[in-house]
Design a protein around this ligand. Structure first.
Ligand code: FUL
Length: 485
């Protein structure tokens, strides 16, 4: 009897042990700091949106208005903001940032703090409000709306003195009270010195670091719009990519040291272009580039609109390198996006749709070098399940590894897309893409960082199996998605 009881007990203990080990909880990888905020994550997911430059420059054929332009010259005769938003939406862009005021100081809304605005222009006999019209059209087309308000103002007599800062803040308050939500606020660092300045016609120098007292201004806006993303050369939410040609470096860290940025040391543009592996802040890059040579519309540039193929290259060197793209599309003097620009955008969208039409890796089996805690939660198939919230990870002490995807049949491969689960930080430093040829692995592409998204173009090659080899990482790899086209 005793003996039997002992055996029963043993059985029970064994059973409990089996159950416990089946349910063993494997902790998620520890985050690699710094991490993106929720609003930065939402911004990453937008990937691409439009910039719209429109002001008196459109009518004077200038890029930087001096500030002495008469509001009477601002006369778009066929302005139709719904044509802008329709074009932008159909191009696959997710938002629109409008130059509510550029360096010339002319306001596209009837600001109560200045006479230098649409209210003194022939547009709608001074009754128009282009900021409002654009914002409303964005809502109709489900585009997010963003604001550009140039800190440098070549029209204002008091530019350079404390009263201008009050003026600037009043305008921000005016804009943010009237328009909600605003997804991005673009602070332009340009400050060329000379200007009209209420008739002074002189050069004015300000100390960009102290004059604007940015912390106070940003707090003020943040209180009105908690989720707004601030763009400037140095962040705080997103950074300039260091050029206006349409690319970030192949190595693109979302992390950077704010100290280095503000110190304004030599090589700052290069630094902005790459970020810093051990940067202490998450400040990802935004690539700003115009569809034309200039930021504003000039008839002489009608033949110089970027081709769909050029725009596609820009897509790969911005979104395809883990940055976001803000593509400028400037309306013409009629107040419409020119036919050539519309055609280029349509062609570009067609290329993207064609080239990324069928994800050959979707729901395909994945063999991996190892799985975190040997649990299905972190298995290889998480990268082909079409769900960005699930991810493959290895144990903490494993910082290399590979994912092998079987496409099921031989296909021509042109692009490989990889995403890190950046909610846990950016990790990968070095990787390669290989395809199986006659039983041997052949390297077809190699890369450094991944971040939110990395797209590699490869010379078209036929293969059934593709593998990604992670060679170096700041911590265990955490990969949420792989697509093959
Ligand atoms: C620059 C400005 O000076 C250009 O005119 C344009 O607005 C561009 C986006 O930023 O700093």
């Amino acid at each position: 009897m005793n003996h039997q009881f002992f055996r029963l007990n043993l059985l029970l203990i064994g059973f409990v042990f089996v159950i416990a080990s089946c349910q063993k909880t494997v902790t998620p990888p520890a985050p690699v700091l710094p991490l993106p905020t929720d609003r930065q994550l939402a911004w990453h997911e937008m990937e691409q949106y439009a910039f719209v430059h429109f002001t008196t420059n459109t009518f004077t054929d200038k890029e930087w208005g001096f500030g002495d332009e008469k509001p009477s010259i601002f006369n778009p005769t066929e302005l139709d903001v719904t044509q802008w938003t329709k074009t932008i939406k159909e191009a696959g862009l997710k938002g629109l940032v409008l130059t509510c005021k550029h360096h010339d100081g002319f306001c596209l809304w009837p600001s109560k703090f200045t006479e230098h605005s649409v209210k003194n222009s022939p547009y709608k006999n001074g009754q128009g409000n282009i900021v409002d019209e654009v914002e409303k059209a964005c809502r109709v087309d489900s585009l997010k709306f963003g604001v550009y308000l140039s800190p440098w103002d070549r029209n204002r007599a008091d530019y350079g003195s404390p009263s201008y800062i009050e003026y600037y803040r009043n305008q921000l308050k005016e804009l943010f009270a009237a328009h909600k939500p605003v997804f991005e606020m673009w602070f332009d660092g340009a400050n060329g010195g000379d200007g009209f300045y209420g008739g002074a016609n002189e050069k004015r120098k300000i100390d960009g670091k102290t004059y604007y007292d940015w912390p106070t201004t940003l707090n003020l806006i943040r209180e009105m719009e908690p989720n707004v993303i601030f763009f400037s050369d140095a962040g705080p939410d997103i950074r300039w990519c260091g050029n206006e040609q349409g690319y970030v470096n192949q190595t693109n860290w979302n992390t950077i040291n704010v100290d280095t940025l503000y110190a304004g040391k030599g090589g700052i543009q290069e630094l902005l272009n790459t970020g810093e592996e051990n940067g202490t802040s998450w400040i990802p890059a935004e690539v700003d580039v115009s569809i034309r040579p200039g930021w504003f519309y000039h008839a002489k540039e009608d033949s110089l609109v970027k081709t769909p193929e050029q725009l596609f290259d820009i897509y790969l060197s911005s979104v395809g390198r883990g940055a976001n793209l803000i593509l400028n599309i400037p309306p013409d003097r009629r107040g419409l996006i020119h036919e050539n620009d519309v055609a280029a955008l349509q062609g570009w969208k067609k290329l993207i749709d064609e080239r990324f039409n069928t994800n050959l890796a979707l729901n395909k089996p994945v063999k991996v070098s190892s799985v975190r805690g040997d649990t299905p939660k972190y298995a290889g198939e998480t990268v082909t399940d079409g769900n960005k919230e699930t991810y493959w990870a290895t144990d903490d002490d494993v910082q290399t590894g590979n994912l092998e995807i079987d496409l099921g049949e031989t296909k021509v491969i042109n692009y490989v897309l990889i995403q890190e689960y950046i909610r846990l930080g950016q990790r990968i430093k070095n990787f390669s893409v290989e395809v199986e040829k006659e039983g041997k692995w052949q390297e077809v592409a190699q890369g450094t960082t991944i971040g939110y998204k990395r797209i590699l173009r490869i010379d078209p090659i036929e293969a059934q199996k593709v593998q990604i080899v992670f060679k170096d990482s700041k911590a265990c790899p955490v990969i949420s998605n792989v697509e093959v086209y």
